[in-house]
Design a protein around this ligand. Structure first.
Ligand code: SF4
Length: 367
């Protein structure tokens, strides 16, 4: 954890850190002073330490769907983006409120330079600390809490806007924002473990998306402390030459490696509710012909539990790439389902606020 925090806690019993971390996740607490289980002296010392490592720079609300994007400022002035995506609660349980998925970042910028991604164009700046990863969750946790929303309503109007703010709940986390998560392995692992220990979110409700970094994929197989969250591999083509063209990080022989790795993964993670996600960005006249479909089916047939996610491309104004027509994406979907694969088409959210897949680039948008 934070070096400074470790210094402050050096002479304290071990359980103090646990008490502090538990308080971080209590939306009714907004400062160390409010952790009354801590000795007064320690609370005083902790005052020098930020309660949240991220500060809201700006927030954007989509006009077309229930998506919001936050641009967050870090202590060193760097900016990162994180997204809140609404998903109407399907259960007829009015108590449960609406369920939300948050998309969080793992790095400032990214070195992978995938050609379809705006973050890749900004280059890599640094890894996020475990706290900065956790604090994106804590930021949204507070943001969706009724007391925060009522506070905003109060601040924005001369009086309360009427009615009680709806209960909104973060039920899923996708680590699909800015950065390649596995290149920030230790901080990611620590952050996910802390989130899992301090929230009701279970490991299968968290998905980590990766370009596929063999060194760390192997490490996951052996690392008993890496949480059993879902992994999604950014595949985008089951043909090496095509994949290499849009993902400079692609290494020759990766697809064969992936098949072998997936076999070992299914031996390590035996739960039937676990599957490997294969993310496939659909690009017109690039990776969307019958040859590529056949290659995808062949590759995916080697996986024991797999879910293929077809993703319409979201324009990032490179002018070079275009999304595949909807009919063709549906044709792929149908074909893959006919071949007995679990397959979904991703519904892109927040396109009007550049919050959709591949569009995050820390640009301050006009409101
Ligand atoms: S898609 Fe992910 S890994 Fe690729 S450049 Fe963008 S943020 Fe990095």
């Amino acid at each position: 954890m934070k070096n400074e925090l470790n210094k402050i806690l050096a002479s304290q019993p071990k359980y103090r850190l646990k008490q502090i971390i538990q308080a971080w996740f209590d939306v009714d607490k907004n400062s160390y002073e409010e952790i009354t289980t801590l000795p007064l002296e320690l609370r005083e010392e902790l005052k020098s330490f930020p309660w949240l490592t991220v500060k809201l720079h700006s927030i954007y609300k989509s006009k077309i769907d229930d998506t919001e994007k936050a641009l967050l400022e870090l202590a060193d002035g760097n900016l990162i983006e994180t997204v809140l995506m609404g998903r109407q609660n399907l259960k007829e349980d009015s108590e449960a409120g609406d369920r939300y998925t948050i998309c969080i970042s793992s790095q400032v910028g990214c070195a992978m330079n995938c050609s379809f991604c705006a973050t890749g164009k900004t280059g890599f700046k640094r890894n996020l600390t475990a706290e900065e990863i956790i604090d994106q969750y804590r930021f949204w946790q507070r943001y969706v809490s009724p007391s925060y929303q009522e506070g905003v309503a109060f601040a924005m109007s001369s009086g309360r806007m009427g009615g009680v703010a709806e209960a909104r709940q973060i039920s899923n986390i996708v680590v699909m924002g800015q950065g390649e998560p596995l290149l920030n392995y230790d901080n990611l692992k620590q952050a996910l473990n802390i989130i899992l220990q301090n929230t009701e979110i279970g490991p299968t409700k968290i998905t980590v998306s990766t370009c596929g970094i063999p060194k760390f994929m192997d490490k996951i197989l052996e690392d008993k402390e890496f949480p059993q969250v879902r992994l999604a591999i950014s595949l985008h083509s089951a043909i090496e030459e095509t994949r290499k063209k849009i993902m400079p990080s692609h290494t020759s022989g990766f697809l064969e490696y992936l098949v072998e790795w997936a076999k070992k993964y299914s031996e390590v993670i035996t739960s039937r509710s676990h599957f490997i996600g294969l993310e496939y960005l659909m690009l017109e006249n690039f990776n969307d012909d019958e040859k590529h479909l056949k290659a995808l089916k062949k590759l995916a047939s080697n996986f024991s539990r797999v879910r293929i996610n077809l993703i319409p491309y979201n324009d990032i104004s490179t002018g070079k790439l275009k999304t595949t027509a909807r009919e063709k994406i549906e044709h792929w979907h149908e074909e893959l389902m006919k071949s007995s694969f679990v397959c979904t088409i991703r519904h892109s959210q927040g396109q009007d606020i550049a919050a959709a897949c591949g569009q995050l680039c820390n640009k301050v948008l006009e409101k």
